[in-house]
Design a protein around this ligand. Sequence first.
Ligand code: ADP
Length: 207
Amino acid sequence: MSDFVVGLTGGIGSGKTTVADLFVAQGATLVDTDAIAHELTRPDGAAMPALLAAFGPSVADVHGALDRGSMRRRVFADPAARAQLEAILHPLIRQLSLERVRGAGSPYVILAVPLLVESGSYRERCDRVVVVDCPESIQIARVMARSGLAEPEVRAIMAAQASRQVRLAAADDVVLNEGSRDALLPQLRKLHQKYLRLSSEKAKANC
Ligand code: ADP
């Protein structure tokens, strides 16, 4: 069992997924709350019965998975629907992520949470917080290239997230992702060594 949890966060397009994959390549276990949300809303996902009961059959696509586009439009226009959606999904995501963190066999776990800084309950679970950071102009360019969204849409998503300053203020460690992917490697190697050391110190202190 792994007892050392590193929360990984960053704004949209900062490079969280890219950085998480590099931690995994070095041997860390990744527990990704976004991926868990997708699992829960697959056709046979554990959240689907409650979502169908709350919102009706139109929330599912032809395969029985959550129709994310339609749900997004609905909660955008209706705060009560958003609260209802979150009341169904968030406890399930928390429970499953906790189980996976507990079950991990690696010396430390990367717990990827896009809104970690905004969420007190995830922060409490983390021994450290690592923030993936880059200038906002790069975030916007990456998300536009990846998703085809227009700049105002990307800016609207960013406006709903913590600002770069607030996120950095919450960081114990920062991965700067403003250059090439290769520039990430030395930063990641250093952090990996640091987390191995800190997790082993914590394990000794708990003995
Ligand atoms: P997030 O998970 O934070 O939204 P991603 O890791 O998915 O960010 O990165 C956003 C996009 O930018 C992806 O298409 C990814 O391949 C690309 N990307 C991330 N880091 C770099 C980099 N250093 N150089 C070039 N492209 C990058």
